[in-house]
Design a protein around this ligand. Structure first.
Ligand SMILES: [Zn+2]
Length: 263
C-alpha cells in the first residue's frame, strides 16, 4: 500500500513534521512531558508525524509555524496574572490554520478522531474558504493558588499557567455531539476549536451553547482582527490535574529516566 500525504493526499517524499512548530519547541527548550493514550507512555515534547510530504511541510505549513512563533513571542510567552487584560491582535486565516494543524497532527498521532478534519485539510494548506463550519473560542486562564493548611498563617503560593497541550475535549450541551472539540493551549492562552462533523452544522448555535456553558470565554470573530481577553476564573491546573494524577506513575518514570540521562 502506498503512503499518501495527510494534507494534499498525494504520494511523495515524506518528511518529519513536528506536531508543535519547531521554532516554538526551540523557544521552550523542548521542556515538557506528554502522556500518549496510544502507547501508554509519557514522551518528551518532540512529537513528530511522518505522513506529511516535503512540499506541504516545507512550502505550505512552515509559514504557519512562523506565525505561531510570532504570536508566542508577543502574547503567549509570559504567563498572565489573575486580573489580566490582553488586547489580542490576530490574522484569523493564519491563526485558525495553525491551530487546526496542531490539532490535526495531534489527533493523527494519538489515533484520535480525525474525520472532521478531512474537509479542512485544504483550508489548512491553502487558506481558501473553509468548506466546513468551525469556530475558535479563546480563554485566558488564571494562575492557581496553593495554600499550606498545616501552617497557621500561610501566604498562598502562585502556580503560574505554564505548559502547552493539544487535547480532545467534550461539549456536553444539547448539540455538543455535532462538533469535535479540541483544545490547543499555550501557557495562559486556551483555544477551544469547534469543528462541525457535517457541512450543515449551525456553528453559531454551537458557539452560543459553548459561551453559555463555559462563561468568561470569548469568540474569535473571523471577520475581525482584534479581541480583548480578560482572565477567567479557571486555572490551567484544574484542567491538567486529572490527567497528571491518573498517570502519575508514567510521568514519574519519564522524569526519572530523563534525570538519569542528563546526569
Ligand atoms: Zn502533501
Amino acid at each position: 500500500m502506498s503512503r499518501l500525504c495527510a494534507y494534499c493526499g498525494k504520494e511523495g517524499t515524506f518528511s518529519r513534521e513536528h506536531i508543535w512548530p519547531k521554532c516554538f519547541l526551540e523557544r521552550v527548550d523542548y521542556l515538557a512531558a506528554h502522556y500518549s493514550p496510544e502507547s501508554g507512555n509519557v514522551h518528551g515534547a518532540d512529537y513528530i508525524v511522518k505522513d506529511v510530504c516535503q512540499v506541504c511541510n516545507n512550502e505550505k505549513l512552515s509559514k504557519l509555524d512562523q506565525y505561531f512563533c510570532s504570536l508566542y513571542d508577543i502574547y503567549f510567552k509570559e504567563p498572565r496574572g489573575p486580573n489580566s487584560e490582553v488586547i489580542f491582535k490576530y490574522d484569523f486565516n493564519l491563526l485558525s490554520r495553525v491551530l487546526l494543524k496542531i490539532a490535526y497532527n495531534t489527533a493523527r498521532s494519538a489515533g484520535s478522531e480525525t474525520a472532521p478534519f478531512q474537509a479542512l485539510k485544504n483550508y489548512i494548506l491553502e487558506g481558501d474558504v473553509p468548506p466546513s463550519p468551525f469556530a475558535i473560542i479563546a480563554e485566558l486562564v488564571s494562575p492557581a493558588y496553593i495554600v499550606d493548611n498545616s501552617k497557621e498563617i500561610s501566604i498562598p503560593k502562585e502556580i503560574p499557567s505554564i505548559g502547552y497541550r493539544s487535547a480532545r475535549a467534550k461539549l456536553t450541551t444539547p448539540h455538543g455531539h455535532l462538533v469535535l472539540v479540541r483544545i490547543v493551549s499555550i501557557n495562559s492562552f486556551f483555544f477551544h476549536l469547534l469543528i462541525g462533523k457535517e457541512k450543515t452544522v449551525d456553528i453559531n448555535l454551537l458557539v452560543n451553547e459553548f459561551l453559555e456553558y463555559i462563561p468568561e470565554t470569548t469568540f474569535i470573530d473571523p471577520s475581525s482582527n482584534v479581541v480583548i481577553l480578560h482572565s477567567s476564573h479557571r486555572t490551567s491546573l484544574r484542567s491538567l490535574l486529572p490527567l497528571l494524577l491518573g498517570k502519575f506513575d508514567e510521568f514519574k518514570k519519564y522524569f526519572e529516566k530523563n534525570r538519569k540521562e542528563q546526569s
